[in-house]
Write a protein that binds this ligand. Sequence first.
Ligand code: NAP
Length: 325
Amino acid sequence: MRLGIIGVSGAVGQQMLECLVEQDIVVDELRVFASEKSRGKKILFNNQEYTIQVADESSFDGLDYVLGAVSNELSKKYWPWIKKSGAIYIDNSSAFRGDKDVPLVVPEINGEDALDNHGLIANPNCSTIITLMAIAPLLKLGDFNSMIATTFQAVSGAGNKGIEELNNELNNCNYQPKVFPYTIASNVISEIGSYLDNDYTSEEMKMMNEGRKILHHPDLRVSCTCVRVPVMRSHSISVRVVMDRIVDLDEGKRVINDFDGVEYRDELVTPLDASNQDIVYVSRLRRDLTNPNGLLLWCCGDQIRKGAASNAVGILKYLLDCKHN
Ligand SMILES: NC(=O)c1ccc[n+]([C@@H]2O[C@H](COP(=O)([O-])OP(=O)(O)OC[C@H]3O[C@@H](n4cnc5c(N)ncnc54)[C@H](OP(=O)(O)O)[C@@H]3O)[C@@H](O)[C@H]2O)c1
């Protein structure tokens, strides 16, 4: 299996290397790419050293799969070169998520969609993955048509530069923010992404647009508020879903806990509990006091792992398993 990784030096790219080992993916040939800044630097994978290259038009030739962990603009730049090579591209950016012929996949929820690809598969938004992992199990007990979600997003959601910014602000109270629109240390910022005509942000609309596609639920309505919080790693989401019937809370906890990749906890979970591992933790399932069909829950997940790297590697694993079985 010949694999390329673009953006290997970033938060998601570095995590992908670990996830490949953890998910027992056998890689026969690996090519790693990043920017000019990283050209020539060495990375370790499976105790072997690899040199970071800057990709050109023929860099992907002969590869079977490429994992992408770069910006939308770069992903759009590299995709024609990957397409020409015939490799299957699994992209972490949001550049292609809305395209009709691009599957948007969380393996535990809609893994089979990955098989219907035209060479490009998109990894969903990090908060969307974590939220859907928490609520998809409830579909075993009934349907839901609407959801309200408030996210509490870690600074590493903006990559390594987000972590640097919080550290800089913690160490120097005069530090001027460069990555986030306001100071994030000792603060919260309810603005992630750019504002759209409906006064929601681009990040907030991903929950509905991507949720509809992943759950195959074109009528799902979602109102979302995305908030950046001074947490280094792991996103948390407060979610309300309105079911089409009254769901027994113990039944709800059971189906959530039984879902692959999710664990229900009777005690409170925090982003620290969720960090550095792939499980999405759910706690505080309770009845909505404004509607008996409504359920509220709290979930936390490591967004660099389940929200990005391990989900993308999980898609690759799904494709490889299907090929070999
Ligand atoms: N961080 C998260 O939690 C998260 C979650 C879900 C999705 N994502 C998405 O995943 C992607 C990567 O995010 P990240 O957080 O890993 O960002 P990051 O830490 O800022 O890393 C960005 C990567 O892009 C590389 N890069 C920059 N310019 C390049 C160029 N001209 N050619 C090739 N590579 C270049 C960087 O290489 P150098 O180090 O050489 O500059 C680095 O490896 C983004 O689309 C992001 O939206 C991130």
